[in-house]
Structure formats: structure tokens, C-alpha cells
Ligand binder design. Structure first.
Ligand code: BMA
Length: 351
């Protein structure tokens, strides 16, 4: 056989052999290598500022506020599992799991990616994810703890749900913002060892799900030492990221946000480089986007000099009028958002 044919066969075989997971990692790392990041929007396929999917079984999954504003879907669609642990039919923000499954699959089919977080209820009190009335929750779910069995069942419901998505690649981002004090798994309520054990337990349970990509995202303000204390290990994390929002809109808050973003990006890019990982901005935004130039004037500046593989902005809550982070049709920031897309740094679904 000619050498040319052999090379062709080798390339064809390597393409055929790469898993959906490897393809996603490749897409993400290629974007970052080219100085681009995939744009992601939480819950953007499920509802928007002025609408929500009603017919969960038949809705064509064709709408998104971001698409209404700029003509393209975000490259990555975000979802949340909160509620699946008790077998609810819809998550904590009323997104039907039936719809979530269809929407995630559809977004993958049309060339997009999917990321999933989990605002799990408190397994000790069965209160919300924000119930921090006890600092024994993590301890109680670990092996030997009184809630271990129950917690494994809760995890199991998440496992079954993701398995029902039939192997589509998913960027899975559990136990986020663990360096803050508002979730029951937060750092005031468990020591690093317990947190890493929680992560490992989750990782083990989800081994049954094919094509998961694991993303770790403490708060962006935590500093490297704190970040690494809670890092479960290179074998259980694929993407290192952080969550960081701009709070309020005034010259000081803009400057502060850019400064914090730059130092968080410096931190994760360094960790990523040392450990051969990708890095991302797992959650960011400015609530209500009161700044008409936020996208090009603040966010792009905050990202300058760094190549995260994706950047996610939080949800456009239809049930909370002030709570939105992405543009929608004719929103006052949509022109600036289109310039942001045209900057050459942003990868949307249509690419
Ligand atoms: C928070 C808010 C809440 C929501 C939760 C989970 O940041 O958006 O309204 O319930 O995320 O999506």
C-alpha cells in the first residue's frame, strides 16, 4: 500500500476512534488556541426574559433570547439538575427534565455543546440548596455518615437522568462556588478533605455516564492556595474555572470587576498550564445589564490577554424581571452584544 494511503487510513481511523468527549475537548482547546471562547448562556433554551417553553414534549427547541438578539444560538447551552435528586419533574427554576433532555440532545445535534450544574437540595434538612443551617451536611453524606445512603440515591437519580441522554457529551459542573458561604457544600461548612471526598464520591457515581467532562468552579475571588485546597485531583477535573460577577454599575464596580477577572484568569490559566487542563469562565455577568457597553467595554476588557475556552453568562429569568444577564430582542445592550460577537473573539453556534 502506498504511504499516502496509509497516512489517509491512519487519519481516518483516528477520527473514527475519537469519542464525543474527546471531540468536545478538541473543539474547546482549538477555540482557545485561536484566541476565541465559546459563548454560553444558562437556561437560554428553556426560557427567556418574556417567554418560557410551555409544551415540554413538543416544543421545537428553537428559541433563545440571545438568538433573538443576534441571530445565532449560543455555542453552549447551560442547564441545571437541581430537583432531580428527589425525582421532581421540573428543576428548581421550573425547567421540565423531559424538556431538558430533549433540548440538550437537540443542541448537540445542531453542533452545540452542553453544560450542566446542580443546585442540589440540602440532603440533611431537605431544605433548599442555600440552606446552610448546619455545617454537618457534607460530613453526613460521606461514607460512614448518617445520610450517605440517601445521598447515594440522590446522586443516583442524577446519574440515571444523564444516562438517559444517551451518551451526549456534557460539561458537568457540580459543587460550584464551593469557596463561598451560600451553598451547603461551601467552605465554611466542610474542610477541604471532606469537599474532595464529596467530589470523589460524585465522580465515582457518575462513572456510569459516558462522555462527561468535569469542570471545577470555585468563586473567582478565592486565590490559588484556597482554590487548590479543594481541587479533587487531575484525574477528576478536566476544566478549571471560576464564577465571578460584576456587582452594581458604577465606575468603581467596573474597575473592580475587570481587576478581579484578570487576577482570576491569571490564576486559572496558570493552574491549567501546569496541569495540562483547559480553563473557563464558568459563570459571569452583570444583572440587568444596565451598562449599554458592557459586552465590548467591560467583558472583553476583563478577558483581555487570556484565552478561556468558554464564557457563560447566567440566566434570563422570566419569573424575576430584574434577574437577567444576556441580551434579548431589542434589549438596550443588543447592539453592543452584536459588536461583541463581531469582535472576532466570540464563537457562537453558527461557527
Ligand atoms: C441563582 C438564581 C436563582 C436560581 C439559581 C439556580 O443564581 O438565578 O434564581 O434559582 O441560580 O438556577
Amino acid at each position: 500500500m502506498k504511504i499516502k494511503n496509509l497516512i489517509f487510513l491512519a487519519i481516518a481511523a483516528s477520527i473514527a476512534c475519537s469519542s464525543p468527549r474527546q471531540n468536545v475537548m478538541k473543539t474547546l482547546s482549538e477555540a482557545s488556541r485561536k484566541g476565541k471562547f465559546l459563548f454560553a448562556h444558562q437556561d437560554g433554551l428553556s426560557y427567556g426574559k418574556y417567554w418560557t417553553v410551555k409544551d415540554v414534549l413538543n416544543d421545537p427547541v428553537n428559541r433563545s433570547d440571545v438568538k433573538d438578539a443576534c441571530g445565532s444560538f449560543p455555542a453552549i447551552a447551560g442547564f441545571d439538575l437541581g430537583g432531580i435528586e428527589l425525582g421532581d419533574s421540573a428543576n428548581l427554576d421550573s425547567v421540565s427534565f423531559e424538556f431538558m433532555r430533549r433540548a440538550a440532545k437537540k443542541h448537540i445535534e445542531r453542533g452545540g455543546l452542553v453544560t450542566i450544574s446542580w443546585h442540589m437540595r440540602n440532603p440533611l434538612t431537605e431544605g433548599t440548596t442555600w440552606d446552610v443551617s448546619s455545617n454537618r451536611v457534607v460530613e453526613s453524606v460521606l461514607e460512614g455518615g448518617e445520610n450517605h445512603q440517601k445521598f447515594m440515591e440522590w446522586l443516583g437519580r442524577g446519574v440515571e437522568f444523564l444516562k438517559s441522554m444517551e451518551g451526549i457529551p456534557i460539561i458537568f459542573r457540580p459543587w460550584h462556588e464551593n469557596t463561598a458561604d451560600w451553598f451547603w457544600w461551601g467552605s465554611p461548612y466542610c474542610n477541604p478533605e471532606q469537599f474532595r471526598a464529596l467530589w470523589a464520591l460524585t465522580y465515582e457515581a457518575f462513572k456510569e455516564v459516558d462522555n462527561l467532562i468535569w469542570a471545577f468552579s470555585p468563586t473567582g475571588k478565592c486565590g490559588e492556595e484556597e482554590y487548590m485546597k479543594f481541587y479533587a485531583g487531575d484525574d477528576m477535573v478536566d476544566i478549571v474555572g471560576f464564577d465571578l460577577y460584576q456587582s452594581g454599575f458604577n465606575p468603581d464596580s467596573v474597575e473592580k470587576y475587570i481587576e478581579l477577572m484578570q487576577s482570576a484568569l491569571e490564576m486559572v490559566s496558570k493552574i491549567a498550564k501546569e496541569r495540562g487542563k483547559l480553563y473557563c469562565v464558568a459563570e459571569t455577568g452583570l444583572e440587568g445589564v444596565p451598562d449599554l457597553q458592557w459586552w465590548t467595554g467591560t467583558l472583553l476588557k476583563a478577558l483581555e490577554g487570556y484565552n478561556p475556552c468558554y464564557v457563560l453568562v447566567w440566566r434570563n429569568a422570566w419569573e424575576r424581571p430584574e434577574h437577567y444577564y444576556a441580551p434579548f430582542k431589542d434589549s438596550h445592550d443588543s447592539e453592543d452584544f452584536r459588536s461583541f460577537i463581531a469582535s472576532g473573539r466570540v464563537q457562537m453556534l453558527d461557527e
